[in-house]
Design a protein around this ligand. Structure first.
Ligand SMILES: C[S@@+](CC[C@H](N)C(=O)[O-])C[C@H]1O[C@@H](n2cnc3c(N)ncnc32)[C@H](O)[C@@H]1O
Ligand code: SF4
Length: 363
């Protein structure tokens, strides 16, 4: 049986944050229950041995706890036991009972959307919680018994500055968390922020904020293992490592992507159609592509270079990047944008903030 990471998409949020274009919306009456019924049908369609589970969204914690626990049990019975079972939560949507129900159901990793510990930034972002509430949920999660907690932070939001980011980072590292995702703001065309057309943070300041993150996080025991991800020892996210190693995963739910065998396929994004089609026993796959050897090689380069340990020739069919792309590799090594570490090759610190431009040299 195929061994795979399992991702489940729950496309609900109480309110859209200004920067976000993830597939999510405020649930209509009865929609959550109908969606979970549909998910159960989709779950039955696949047989894989689940290595990790990641319940994401949207905001999974918008789902009433009894329904969520039922879903988790179904996933465990069908694909489990999981080595790691994560769920994304929003601080505005959980209390002690909710966290306890998650822990008892077998969830062993929480990913909390915090974004900032600066109240005025949180307000600009349209978040439903303030900094104090986010901190309270983190302490509560630890108290309840979670031993693996991630928080998401965003830098580079218009109207913020290096001082507010420093405050957020220093607050974050002093909290009982094991992993920090430190994302640079992506200006998403479908977001409210994009429509507002505000003056964006200057490139140099954006880069300065990224380097400040590296410095504060690493100085406090959060080791970088991916461009935007930092973990205490042995607390890397195993589920996301499956993506970065280009291994197999099953994606369930509206808009979810799977990479199984030699194919990558994506479910329809419309929640209504997802529910109706599953009820009617029809197809829910919107796109599917064959993963040719050439495409896999390119993806391995793109994903492998995101990792701190870099790309190993094993990921390239036992050939080195220099053999495969001699001109591009030589140029990037000379420019100090790539470096060799034993048999591996990786992005230098200088290249990290301009990763996409560097990687695009290979395509
Ligand atoms: C599904 S959300 C996390 C859980 C929950 N929905 C919440 O926001 O509290 C995933 C994460 O993606 C990040 N994110 C979303 N849109 C982003 C953007 N435009 N730029 C950078 N990070 C973004 C945020 O850090 C967010 O916490
Ligand atoms: S960041 Fe999280 S809570 Fe905000 S809209 Fe996106 S998915 Fe929803």
């Amino acid at each position: 049986m195929i061994k795979a990471g399992v991702y489940v998409h729950l496309p609900f949020c109480l309110k859209k944050c200004t920067y976000c274009d993830f597939l999510s919306h405020p649930p209509k009456k009865g929609e959550i229950a109908a969606y979970l019924d549909a998910l159960e049908i989709e779950i039955e369609r696949f047989k894989v041995e689940g290595l990790t589970l990641f319940i994401g969204g949207g905001t999974p914690s918008v789902v009433p706890p009894a329904l969520l626990v039922e879903l988790i049990h179904k996933l465990q019975q069908t694909y489990g036991p999981f080595l790691e079972a994560s769920i994304e939560i929003n601080p505005a949507t959980v209390d002690r009972d909710y966290l306890q129900a998650l822990l008892f159901s077998g969830i062993n990793r929480l990913s909390i959307g915090v974004q900032s510990f600066d109240d005025s930034t949180l307000q600009l972002m349209g978040r439903l919680h303030n900094s104090r509430e986010a901190k309270e949920v983190i302490y509560l999660a630890r108290e309840v018994g979670f031993k693996n907690i991630n928080i998401d932070l965003i830098y580079g939001y218009p109207g913020t500055d290096i001082i507010s980011i420093e405050k957020t980072l220093k607050t974050a590292v002093a909290l009982p968390v094991d992993h920090i995702s430190y994302y640079g703001l992506q200006l998403e065309p479908g977001s409210e922020l994009f429509r507002k057309n505000l003056l964006q943070i200057a490139d140099e300041e954006f880069v300065e904020m990224y380097y400040l993150g590296l410095e504060i996080l690493e100085a406090n025991g959060f080791f970088q293992y991916e461009v935007s991800n930092f973990a205490k020892e042995n607390k890397e996210c195993n589920h996301n490592l499956i993506y970065w190693h280009n291994k197999e995963y099953l994606g369930l739910g509206a808009g979810a992507v799977s990479r199984l065998g030699r194919r990558r396929f994506k479910n329809i994004s419309s929640t209504d159609l997802y529910i109706t089609n599953l009820k009617n026993n029809s197809r829910i796959i919107a796109d599917s592509e064959k993963l040719t050897a050439d495409l896999l090689l390119k993806e391995n380069i793109m994903l492998g270079l995101r990792l701190k340990k870099g790309l190993n020739p094993k990921q390239l069919g036992d050939r080195s990047l220099e053999e495969l792309y001699p001109t591009e590799t030589a140029f990037l090594l000379k420019e100090g944008l790539l470096e060799k570490v034993g048999p591996n090759i990786r992005l230098t610190k200088k290249a990290l903030p301009i990763m996409n431009t560097v990687i695009s040299r290979f395509f």
